[in-house]
Design a protein around this ligand. Structure first.
Ligand SMILES: [Zn+2]
Length: 383
């Protein structure tokens, strides 16, 4: 009796589809969607703020250790002199390097056009603060930065926003404007003046993606306001990663490039070396990992009439395909000899290795399990 062999964790609704599949194929069974892409045990996300020339050094260091991330860029072409270095030096020189980063699996996120940051961070409740947010969260900042990123790179969509200096992230009306401009997630930077930015300790997806914290900072100072300096203790940074990794969580660390030391003896690269190139970690930028949650939650896998195949499954959702273009991973019990096609294209088999993209398609075998990583809205055929 095949149904008795199914893991008890599978809900009754799925078991019905399953029983149908197993009756049809006698061997190939859909087990479920994996929590992370390619059945990774844990996730590493890196976010990097501001358009300094050191963005290029940061991207080079990340590539050296196989870390993927989101570069939050303020897109103003010619910022006033007093705004330069800390935020917006020479953004026009960064675009070729940013384009290369997009091609390498990184993401460019928006950090406004002019990086509005003139309020003190201790003031979050006054009428003046609210007026500042109302004035600066306007179409020019929200849509302008998005459109420049789309014009200057081949990135097909801009998923992610970061609040300049962490301002305004708690206002519902600001969050709604960010969502209306098409962003699906916005990263905060809470309470630098009080040191709250050092270790918010988020270890999974944020409950509210429009006020999303991270796990910890990795940098030797705050942003441009020179607030409480976090400890630069590589052992402590590494231990926090180890904790999140052991729990199978999402480790999300953020940095300002102007507050890093580059080179293999600096704290930044020592930490990257500790967390990088692990076969059971998914390295992915912030926007795509939030898009993944949506894709995973909304995709339905259904056994359909198998025709001449050993089994056939429809993989579908009704999400906007421009935004939710990434892959998800489906776990099957399947005999060793099968091949899988997705909408008629044979999926390549991949050996164990680093998972560092979010929209590829492939299959990977682990014992009697076959992990099929595929974009949704397709038909899988097992032959
Ligand atoms: Zn900034």
């Amino acid at each position: 009796m095949k149904r008795a062999a199914l893991p008890a964790a599978i809900a009754a609704g799925l078991a019905t589809a399953w029983a149908y599949a197993s009756a049809q194929t006698d061997a190939i069974q859909f087990v479920g969607k994996t929590k992370y892409l390619n059945n990774a045990k844990a996730v590493v996300v890196h976010t990097i703020d501001d358009s300094t020339k050191l963005v290029a050094d940061t991207a080079d260091a990340m590539d050296k250790y196989g870390i993927k991330g989101t570069f939050f860029i303020s897109t103003e072409q010619d910022p006033p002199v007093e705004e330069r270095f800390y935020n917006q030096l020479q953004v026009w020189l960064l675009w070729p390097r940013l384009q290369k980063a997009v091609e390498n699996g990184h993401e460019i996120g928006a950090h406004a056009v002019t990086h509005p940051c003139s309020r003190p961070q201790s003031d979050t409740t006054s009428d003046n603060y609210r007026a500042f947010c109302d004035a600066n969260y306007n179409d020019a900042e929200l849509a302008g930065s998005r459109d420049t990123i789309l014009a200057r790179t081949t990135q097909p969509y801009v998923w992610t926003w970061a609040y300049p200096c962490g301002h305004c992230s708690t206002f519902d009306f600001v969050q709604k404007r960010i969502a209306a401009a098409g962003y699906i997630v916005a990263r905060n930077y809470p309470g630098e003046a009080q040191g709250l930015h050092v270790r918010p300790d988020l270890q999974t997806w944020a409950d509210n993606p429009f006020d999303a914290p991270y796990t910890q900072v990795v940098q030797k100072a705050g942003g441009r306001r020179g607030a409480t300096a976090p400890p630069i203790d590589v052992a402590s940074l590494d231990a926090k990663f180890d904790e999140v990794y052991q729990k199978g969580g999402i480790y999300h660390f953020m940095s300002h490039p102007q507050s890093l030391d580059f080179g293999p003896d600096g704290f930044y690269e020592k930490h990257l070396a500790h967390i990088g190139r692990r076969a059971d970690v998914w390295y992915v930028p912030m926007g795509p990992v939030y898009a993944f949650r949506m894709i995973n939650d909304h995709t339905i896998v259904r056994a359909t009439s198998k025709g001449s195949a050993k089994a056939r499954f429809a993989v579908s959702n009704s999400l906007d395909r421009k935004i939710y273009s990434g892959s998800l991973t489906l776990e099957f019990a399947a005999p060793p000899s099968v091949t899988v096609t997705s909408n008629g294209r044979k999926l390549a088999a991949r050996a164990t290795g680093v998972t560092n993209r979010w929209n590829e398609e492939f299959v990977r075998r682990e014992g009697d399990r076959l992990f099929v990583t595929v974009r949704s809205n397709t038909t899988l055929e097992f032959r």
